[in-house]
Design a protein around this ligand. Structure first.
Ligand SMILES: *Cc1c(COP(=O)(O)O)cnc(C)c1O
Length: 395
């Protein structure tokens, strides 16, 4: 055990099963540890470092902002916050307003509060129940972990949990589960933590239509899928739906903590209904504006689509050429996975990849997950897969 590992174990609570490689620097999709060893980053800090590491435009914007103003409070108007809200709404094409927090869980918490208030004020008798899906993931606070449809995450250690959530196995099963206390359905369009599992476009569209006809809310958790991760600004656009509430976080700040709940219920919150000390401050919203500026251009000029195609080709080739190891390539855009035939090999693949200098993630029980920076270069993609194939050969 080195000094840093000892320090971490002595003073940091043990809630993570950590790797103790000490990364000190990054550039693009490359990371360097303290000994100067290079790694290719196919994880982006779990879909966060959307512009890769040390992107010159983002670093410059953050430094510039930090040298002027980082934070005042939400008691004052915050110019980059207002501009980012406008940008998000414009890019979405939906008629919405935004609430800013600092994480995915907080964005979902805001979405649930929006749904609860709507359920309290819109109907004669109170509606408060939110239906979520099996294998979903919505966060780690007491409420959002309860919203998460994985029963094993509702550990009794942390009970009691808030009431008002119901879980279903599939989108088909939502209809049956709706009762006169139901106010909303919350889904990810591509389940991330659950195993990189996209839903069918038609079933999502049917659900959206049905909920609208009943005046029930569709909350789409785009914390992982949002901000161009699937190739479009929002996965909701790819699916051709207009949700009532959309939440974003991971990729939006390029590493600076930020979360947003966007809703077409533009009048839902009155002063005092909700708040956040840090949410939407100068630094995070300036970072968000810069990330959007870069990625919007990357999408428009076709560079993002080209990366997606290159990345997909590698995954499909691997799934085809190694049927004994992988059953299929899954996912959308640069939110991808390889489904392992034998779930027991998932951990070994991650370890072998790391040993070859490549960082990949797991998802669900049997999926190797890929969330590379959205700005990853051709050479970085090629080199990453070279290392991945080398790693597979060692198993
Ligand atoms: C990561 C994630 C969250 C939680 O985000 P935090 O920033 O960790 O609170 C919520 N929903 C989805 C879909 C996620 O992928």
């Amino acid at each position: 055990m080195n000094d840093l590992e000892r320090l971490d174990k002595e003073y940091v609570l043990g809630s993570y099963a950590r790797n103790y490689t000490n990364f000190v620097r990054g550039e693009g999709a490359k990371l360097y540890d303290e000994s100067g060893r290079e790694f290719i980053d196919f994880a982006s800090g779990i879909g966060v470092s959307s512009l890769g590491h040390a992107h010159p435009k983002l670093s410059e914007a953050i430094c510039d902002q930090a040298s002027k103003l980082i934070h005042i409070s939400n008691l004052q108007v915050i110019e980059p916050q207002a501009r980012l809200a406008q940008r998000l709404v414009k890019l979405s094409g939906y008629d919405m307003r935004c609430f800013f927090g600092n994480s995915g869980a907080e964005a979902n918490e805001a979405a649930i509060k929006i749904a609860r208030k709507y359920g309290e004020t819109r109907f004669e008798t109170k509606r408060y129940k939110v239906i979520t899906l099996k294998h979903s993931f919505h966060g780690r606070t007491i409420t959002t972990v309860k919203a998460t449809g994985q029963k094993e995450m509702h550990k009794p250690d942390f009970s009691p949990y808030p009431a008002g959530f119901a879980y279903v196995d599939s989108i088909d099963a939502v209809y049956e589960a709706i009762d006169d206390e139901t106010v909303a359905v919350m889904i990810e369009l591509v389940q991330g933590e659950g195993g990189v599992q996209p839903f069918e476009r038609a079933e999502v569209q049917d659900l959206a239509k049905f909920l609208r006809s009943r005046e029930l809310l569709l909350i789409v958790d785009e914390v992982q899928t949002g901000v161009y991760r699937t190739g479009e600004f929002l996965a909701s656009q790819l699916y051709g739906i207009e949700p009532d509430v959309i939440t974003l976080a991971k990729g939006l700040g390029g590493g600076v903590p930020i979360g947003v709940a966007m809703t077409r219920l533009k009048e839902i919150f009155k002063p005092g209904d909700h708040g956040s000390t840090f949410g939407g401050n100068y630094l995070s919203t300036r970072a968000g504006l810069t990330v959007l500026e870069v990625l919007e251009r990357e999408q428009e000029n076709g560079a993002l689509a080209e990366r997606i195609e290159r990345f997909s080709r590698y995954l499909e080739r691997l799934a085809e050429s190694m049927p004994e190891r992988f059953t299929e390539a899954v996912g959308l855009g640069l939110m991808r996975g390889l489904r392992c035939r034998d779930a027991a090999t998932q951990g070994a693949i991650l370890e072998a990849a790391f040993a070859e200098g490549l960082i990949v993630l797991k998802a669900g029980r049997n999926t190797v997950r890929f969330l590379p920076p959205l700005t990853i270069s051709r050479e970085e993609i090629d080199e990453g897969f070279k290392r991945f194939e080398k790693a597979l050969a060692t198993l």
